[in-house]
Design a protein around this ligand. Structure first.
Ligand code: NAD
Length: 498
């Protein structure tokens, strides 16, 4: 049901440290805005270095002396399954808060939130079945085996584009493998992170195991990255931020997992299933308001079908429904924040300055208070233009063409990013061949972005370092230890023996 332009407020939000909801040490707050109206929703406790120190101390204590990492596996996993069940009970509320906070359409946030509880269940199952060691027998002298131990205090830093889903994507494996956690959610989307703290509090985890410090990246995030008692940083966000974090974590030698930006190609060959490729192209760029790391923001169409495809695309894009994010029929909502809106709009000007043609539409008067950018396609684009090379992170599709397979691959790879790629062709051999040659971490052939949680998630080139997902995440969230056991009297050199 549409909520029109009514003013919606929410209770103010605290930090969650050592099992308690508390204000920030210095008492500061920051304001949180509704992207649909640009009115204030609530005030958020603003954590800074002192609050991070407090949260890390709680997490450290819980790791070193608490029962979390030493309790029976079945007991720890019971907590993880309970978190999943509690999330399921709150799906409607979390989806509502997420849409209110981010402008993402409620139909999409509902789907994301269901995936969030699955993140916990999935990681509980993975730990039970796949957190395994190896054993090596060395002749008759040794048996050497590996075990996995939790790394320590995990610092998790997340973005605003799919907040709850991405937070749980990190929190679930970090906790399930026995680490304790300090989460620093994005400052633009604090509501659902607070609800996660409430859910975890209700699940009754031991004090200090899970902590949330809201605040800005340059203060709270930075203090977490530099804290000597934090063993690892799992970060999802912009490539430039990732690079800053790696530099800042160097002095304390942290392991960093980096899930960064993208500018992913979709290649549509002449022999592709036209209708399905069209559906996937439109959904892939305009779902999540185009604020999607794996969005197919660069479309390459083979010349034989370009006129027909572009004509059909124009019609579809013109009809994508923008509106109130709390309305079930809305397909594209307002962008997260005025600041981000300005960035996305600036690219429409850049496109014109570069000589491309911007196909967009007026935002209806009733939506002008919000951060709306109409679903937009840009034609007459060259791959070297900024609009084809830089991540716009909004509902903007750059359309280009190619002659043959070799040119398609060359154009797709001629970019700094390497997160995802999509290939549409009914030639099975070509599908595999092209997918294998695109420089990206994740490829789909004849499909939109459909995830299998067991598979590795992550990007190459400027899109990331490392892989999360499935058992791949265990490499990051646990330390592998090798234990060498002598099972016979193997020779030992006898230095100094007379
Ligand atoms: P961002 O880099 O601005 O912020 C992400 C987080 O980092 C926020 O919590 C922010 O407060 C924090 N941060 C900022 N500066 C920091 C610093 N110096 N030290 C520590 N923390 C700091 O990103 P964003 O605008 O919130 O998110 C959008 C970006 O995220 C896009 O580039 C998108 O592609 C990327 N993303 C990537 C993936 C992926 O899996 N590869 C998934 C979703 C989003």
């Amino acid at each position: 049901m549409a909520k029109a332009l009514e003013h919606i407020t929410q209770p103010d939000i605290s930090l969650y440290i050592n099992g308690e909801f508390v204000g920030s040490e210095a008492g500061q707050t920051f304001e949180n805005y509704n992207p649909y109206t640009n009115e204030k929703i609530n005030a958020i406790a603003e954590g800074r270095k002192d609050d991070i120190n407090k949260a890390v101390a709680a997490a450290r204590e819980a790791f070193d002396h608490g029962p979390w990492r030493t309790m029976k596996l079945t007991e720890r996993m019971a907590y993880i399954y309970r978190i999943a069940d509690l999330i399921d009970e709150e799906v409607e509320k979390i989806a509502y808060l997420e849409s209110l906070d981010t402008g993402l359409p409620i139909k999409q946030t509902r789907a994301m939130v269901s995936r969030a509880s699955e993140n916990f269940r999935f990681y509980a199952r993975m730990v039970e079945s796949r957190l395994i060691g190896e054993a090596y027998q060395v002749d008759e002298h040794f048996i050497n085996y590996t075990i996995n131990v939790p790394a320590g205090v995990a610092g998790l830093i997340t973005p605003w584009n799919a907040p709850f889903m991405l937070e749980t994507w990190k929190v679930a494996p970090a906790l399930a493998t026995g680490n304790t956690v300090v989460l620093k959610p994005a400052e633009f989307s604090p509501l659902s992170a607070n609800l996660l703290a409430e859910v975890i509090d209700k699940a009754g985890l031991p004090k200090g195991v899970f902590n949330v410090v809201h605040g800005y990246g340059e203060t709270a995030g930075d203090a977490l990255v530099k804290h000597p008692d934090v063993q690892l940083i799992s970060f999802t966000g912009e490539t430039t931020t990732g690079s800053t974090i790696i530099k800042n974590s160097a002095d304390t030698l942290k392991a960093c997992s980096m899930e960064l930006g993208g500018k992913s190609p979709i290649l549509v060959f002449d022999d592709a299933d036209f209708d399905r490729a069209l559906d996937a192209t439109v959904w892939g760029i305009f779902s999540f308001n185009g604020e999607r790391c794996t969005a197919n923001s660069r479309l390459f169409i083979q010349e034989g079908m370009k006129d027909r495809f572009i004509a059909a695309l124009k019609e579809r894009v013109a009809n994508v429904r923008i509106g109130d994010p709390l309305d079930d029929t809305t397909e594209v909502g307002p962008l997260i924040h005025k600041e981000h809106y300005d960035k996305v709009v600036s690219y429409l000007q850049i496109a014109q300055d570069e000589g491309a043609e911007v196909l967009t539409r007026e935002i209806p008067e009733e939506f002008k208070k919000g951060n709306f950018v109409a679903p937009t396609m840009i034609v007459n684009v060259e791959n070297s233009m900024r609009i084809a090379q830089e991540e716009i992170f909004g509902p903007v599709l750059s359309v280009m063409t190619f002659r043959d397979e070799a040119e398609a691959i060359k154009l797709a790879n001629d970019i700094d990013y390497g997160l995802a790629g999509y290939v549409w062709t009914n030639d099975i051999k070509r599908g595999h061949r092209v997918a294998q040659q695109i420089e990206a971490g994740m490829l789909w052939v004849n499909a939109q972005n459909v995830r299998d949680l067991r598979t590795p998630f992550g990007g190459s080139k400027a899109s990331g370092i490392g892989r999360e997902g499935g058992h791949y995440g265990f490499e990051f969230y646990t330390e592998k230890k090798i234990i060498h056991v002598s099972i016979a009297d193997h020779p030992i050199q006898q230095f100094g023996k007379q």
